[in-house]
Write a protein that binds this ligand. Structure first.
Ligand SMILES: Cc1cc2nc3c(=O)[nH]c(=O)nc-3n(C[C@H](O)[C@H](O)[C@H](O)COP(=O)(O)OP(=O)(O)OC[C@H]3O[C@@H](n4cnc5c(N)ncnc54)[C@H](O)[C@@H]3O)c2cc1C
Ligand code: FES
Length: 235
């Protein structure tokens, strides 16, 4: 259940010009399901809203977030220093469930919730990005790296990678997170091939607690609140 948690920055690791890993010490054990997220705040009044981030990794009371700088909120988070205070609301959402022996796929920033889930379920994992990034080895997990331009790992997009790696004698389904277009294609692909799929969606969020409807999304002919009924949807 979501709770209010005060933590302190353990480490803030800058990976490149607009990516960083924020390690937050929460000083006690928290039950976090893979694929869950926290609403985060480390400022006074502006920006008004907390910002949602998936759990990238979690052990020994330290929660890690892998973050791309987008606007004001992420810029402020990127500047936090060791021992500064941070407010977390969560863990929220449903998370990935029963995905033993699934193939895990993170496209771009979609690797954030996938990384923690792969670690917990020990999944074979594809990390697909446009081009080589300097921080390919930023996780304890081993990824099958795919780049669109072939500058690292194998050449191709996330769908090419899935076509190559998915083996219905080994894999029981796919879990994925990434850009909306990729997820839309993947949903169709898995439906055609009869492959069980769990997808983590990102929607703009205001409250993050099911009260405001700002994260409402049409999914399988239903309107759901991504912060509460998601972010993971099973197909
Ligand atoms: C469930 C969930 C998990 C996420 N996990 C991660 C993660 O692990 N790493 C990461 O870098 N980003 C993640 N995001 C996206 C991240 O929340 C936004 O990039 C961030 O809120 C942008 O804030 P900002 O103030 O820097 O940018 P601004 O553009 O100033 O933000 C303006 C408003 O738009 C919202 N917003 C902007 N982009 C997004 C987006 N893509 N998704 C949702 N809300 C958005 C902000 O929350 C804010 O309310 C996640 C989003 C969701 C919904
Ligand atoms: S963000 Fe308010 S209901 Fe989901």
């Amino acid at each position: 259940m979501a709770e209010r948690i005060f933590g302190k920055i353990k480490e803030n690791v800058r990976l490149d010009i607009d990516h960083f890993i924020l390690k937050v010490d929460v000083f006690r054990h928290i039950e976090i399901k893979p694929g869950q997220f926290f609403m985060i705040r480390a400022w006074e009044d502006i920006p008004v809203l907390n910002r949602p981030f998936s759990v990238f990794d979690y052990k020994d009371n330290i929660i890690q977030f892998f973050i791309k700088i987008k606007g004001k909120g992420t810029e402020l988070l990127s500047k936090l220093k060791i021992d500064e205070e941070i407010f977390l609301l969560g863990p929220s959402g449903n998370g990935f469930q029963n995905c033993e022996n699934y193939l895990a796929v993170g496209a771009g920033m979609g690797i954030a919730p996938i990384n923690y889930t792969s670690t917990i379920f020990n999944l074979e994992t594809i990390y697909a990005v446009n081009t080589h990034v300097s921080y390919m080895n930023f996780s304890d997990s081993e990824f099958n790296v795919w780049t669109l331009d072939g500058t690292s790992g194998e050449k191709g997009n996330a769908i090419d990678a899935i076509k190559k790696f998915y083996n219905n004698k080994i894999h029981k389904g796919i879990i994925a997170c990434g850009p909306e277009k990729f997820l839309e294609y993947l949903i169709k692909f898995c439906k055609e091939k009869n492959i069980p799929l769990q997808v983590s969606f990102e929607e703009k969020m205001a409250c993050g607690t099911g009260l405001c409807m700002s994260c409402a999304k049409k999914v399988k002919d239903d309107i759901i609140k991504i912060c509460q009924d998601g972010p993971v949807v099973r197909y």
